[in-house]
Write a protein that binds this ligand. Structure first.
Ligand code: 5GP
Length: 131
């Protein structure tokens, strides 16, 4: 099993932001901004555009709910969405609360946040998602 499938299965710890039977959301370990979240299918699939139409549609609807929760927890202009997948071969959507387009630049230095703060951020998003 790959690292993200293990995270979704709870075999590797993560800062959980949201979940359902099929999908899981957790904080990116090297966030560009506070609230930078990854959304993944629990099942292992590398390339997002290899997903069947129905699954991809459900994935995006789940990501939308997570984005709404992120925006409520971390007021921003909009939540940006990006798909790269160059590092980890398990489909994932980056959700990033943006104040400006600069926040979507993956070449920016990453925030090194203490574990306590990461937990607080994830809990805030999880609470909003659960409302
Ligand atoms: P990508 O595959 O989209 O190019 O980049 C993978 C993203 O996953 C990066 O932003 C990286 O910080 C994040 N990442 C890689 N390994 C882990 C991990 O073990 N835990 C978490 N929470 N994030 C990870």
């Amino acid at each position: 099993m790959g690292i993200f499938a293990k995270i979704a299965a709870g075999e590797i710890p993560s800062y959980k932001c949201a979940e359902n039977d099929e999908f899981y959301a957790f904080l990116d370990i090297n966030p560009l901004v506070k609230g930078h979240t990854l959304v993944i299918p629990r099942r292992e699939v590398d390339y997002i555009f290899d997903m069947e139409d129905d699954e991809l549609a459900r994935f995006e609807v789940f990501a939308k709910k997570v984005a709404v929760a992120i925006k409520a927890a971390f007021p921003c202009v909009k939540v940006g969405q990006a798909v790269l997948g160059l590092e980890v071969p398990h489909a994932h959507i980056h959700l990033i609360p943006m104040q400006s387009e600069k926040d979507m630049n993956f070449a920016n230095p990453k925030l090194g946040l203490p574990a306590e703060e990461m937990q607080e951020i994830a809990d805030k998003i999880y609470q909003e998602f659960s409302k």
